[in-house]
Design a protein around this ligand. Structure first.
Ligand code: SF4
Ligand code: FES
Length: 552
């Protein structure tokens, strides 16, 4: 393939790719995501490949290994095109039947169809409530493309936003479009992306950097990985557009060292993007140069913190540093560096392609677009869901998530993993919104939503989070290092029957100091799970003390 030199050439290529596709040709898209991998998708993939070879159907039927489809609880998942028939919990021994009965014979196999709690069968993807209640602007493409094939991405309109950017827009126009869309960062803070880009753009210094934070160290959060692994070109396209708007010619991807498939897909995407002329010198004939380097995390939670991450890219230990000067002004090697997470970058091509007005039409007043959420815990449908901001939590948990297993009651919805907060059942009609949830003490964070049922003790749950954080504090500053440890000791005492009356007050004091005096976000928010638990479930903490003191 020779390099593409203009927006027109890209469009010609897209038409050529589509003209070679027969829309009626069957294609079996098998989820190659991490959760389905654990559930045996490798055997399923091989079974289909063998079966197609044995039946000499390679010229008639395609098999595609894709990224995560989202419905992880039901894996391994497959979608059969063009009808979009969904089969769940597929086993290697089902491959022969699927091929002969469904793909060739056009008959539905009942046992492989999703069946809801009332016994109703849902055959097609758009009938399954898990999917039909979502707005999958970002993750929806996962089930349609092979992340290792750039042609698949180009075929669905990929890199058209980059072509539009470079051929029709000035850097300032791109910046204005992002501002108009009111895109807010999806990494946790919800900070306006346009302002952050502008700070880096206006900061002194010729050399500037743009970075993808693909570290995602929060336990229970896997939506960024699902997006990155399933559609790496979209993230890359967003990054290149961001580089152009900010005036950066160098991008960095900081991502997980422990996910081989993710790393392989990113490497392949970079190589292909370079080959096609979306990276390197004179991109799409525009005169804009941009290159990307991949760095792997060192497997500790705090390396996802912006200043720690940047030190890690410099080759130093990933310790946070005080941020009286922001990293967007002085980051990697003291140069202006703009960091956004995977999901934030994924939104950028969409905004440029469809326009800020379209984008700002989705969501709530102050939180625009959609949000990817990893649903986990005591919920029927664990997986990755994407919904518009403004959707009530109840809809996410009950209509999409299928509710709490065994008809139990929900006790709490916990956002933001170990550094997040829990809210009780009475707030479930709150819309998914950065500010509304933050006010309740349960900021969305990166988007991990853990569901806690009535049988779970909030004291034990909080102890679990603090235990995790004790091991993850880098130890650099005393309030975080010692504060978390002391909170954990007191929670151990409460859980093990040694609780004292003064413990709750002491816990609150330590929370306050740790929050106020820690250097980075880890220490500053480490007390959030405890504070929210004390705010809404104080009786459980008090009951521990009464119960246990009565025993003495
Ligand atoms: S707050 Fe905690 S994690 Fe952050 S620098 Fe201080 S000790 Fe390290
Ligand atoms: S990993 Fe297969 S659906 Fe999520």
């Amino acid at each position: 393939m020779s390099r593409i030199n203009s927006a027109g050439e890209l469009e010609d290529l897209r038409k050529e790719i589509l003209s070679k596709k027969n829309p009626g040709r069957p294609c079996i898209a098998i989820c190659g995501g991490t959760s389905c991998l654990g559930l045996g998708n490798q055997g399923v993939i091989k079974a289909f490949q063998d079966e197609i070879k044995n039946k000499k159907q390679a010229d008639n039927i395609d098999v595609k290994v894709t990224g995560c489809h989202g419905f992880c609880a039901q894996g391994p998942n497959i979608v059969i095109y063009p009808e979009e028939i969904c089969y769940v919990q597929v086993k290697p021994e089902d491959a022969a039947d699927i091929l002969s009965q469904t793909v060739i014979g056009k008959k539905i196999i009942d046992r492989l169809v999703y069946t809801d709690a009332n016994g109703a069968k849902k055959v097609y993807r758009n009938e399954i409530p898990f999917y039909s209640n979502q707005v999958q602007n970002l993750i929806g493409d996962n089930a349609r493309i092979d992340p290792k094939k750039i042609e698949d991405y180009i075929g669905i309109g990929g890199y058209a936003a980059l072509a539009k950017t470079l051929s029709m827009m000035s850097p300032l126009e791109v910046l204005e479009e992002i501002k108009k869309a009111s895109l807010r960062g999806r990494g946790g803070g919800g900070f306006p992306v346009g302002s952050k880009w502008e700070t880096t753009r206006n900061a002194k210094g010729e050399e500037k950097y743009v970075i993808v934070n693909g570290h995602e160290g929060e336990p229970g959060a896997y939506m960024d990985r699902a997006l990155f692994q399933g559609n790496p070109h979209r993230i890359l396209e967003g990054l290149i557009i961001g580089g152009y708007a900010i005036g950066a010619h160098q991008g960095f991807i900081y991502t997980r060292h422990d996910s081989l498939e993710l790393r392989a897909n990113i490497s392949e995407a970079l190589a292909k993007a370079e080959e096609y002329g979306f990276l390197g010198k004179n991109i799409l004939g525009s005169g804009f140069d941009f290159k990307v380097e991949v760095h792997l995390d060192v497997g500790i939670f705090v390396s996802g913190e912006s200043s720690a991450l940047m030190r890690s890219i410099e080759g130093k230990p990933p310790e946070p540093r005080p941020k009286y000067i922001r990293t967007s002004v002085r980051g990697i090697w003291e140069r202006p560096s703009n960091l956004n997470n995977v999901e934030t970058w994924a939104n950028v091509p969409l905004i440029i392609d469809k326009g800020a007005e379209w984008y700002a039409g989705i969501g709530s007043e102050n939180s625009k677009g959609t949000k990817c959420i990893s649903l986990s815990g005591n919920i029927v449908n664990t997986g990755v869901v994407e919904v518009p901001f403004g959707m009530p939590l109840r809809t996410i948990i009950y209509d999409i998530g299928g509710g709490i297993p065994k008809g139990k009651r929900l006790k709490a919805a916990h956002f933001g993993s170990a550094m997040g907060g829990s809210i009780p059942e009475k707030f479930l009609d709150t819309p998914l919104d950065f500010d509304a949830l933050s006010k309740l003490g349960a900021a969305i964070g990166a988007g991990g939503l853990l569901i806690i049922d009535e049988d779970t003790s909030m004291v034990s749950m909080t102890r679990f989070f603090l235990n995790f954080l004790t091991n993850e504090s880098c130890g650099k500053c005393v309030p975080c290092r010692e504060g978390i440890k002391q909170m954990l000791h007191i929670l151990d005492d409460l859980c093990d029957g040694r609780g004292k009356k003064s413990d709750i007050e002491l816990l609150e004091e330590i929370c306050e100091v740790t929050k106020a005096a820690s250097l980075c976000a880890l220490g500053r928010t480490a007390s959030d799970p405890l504070m929210s638990a004390l705010r809404y479930f104080r009786d459980e903490f008090e009951a521990k003390i009464v119960e246990e003191s009565e025993k003495r």
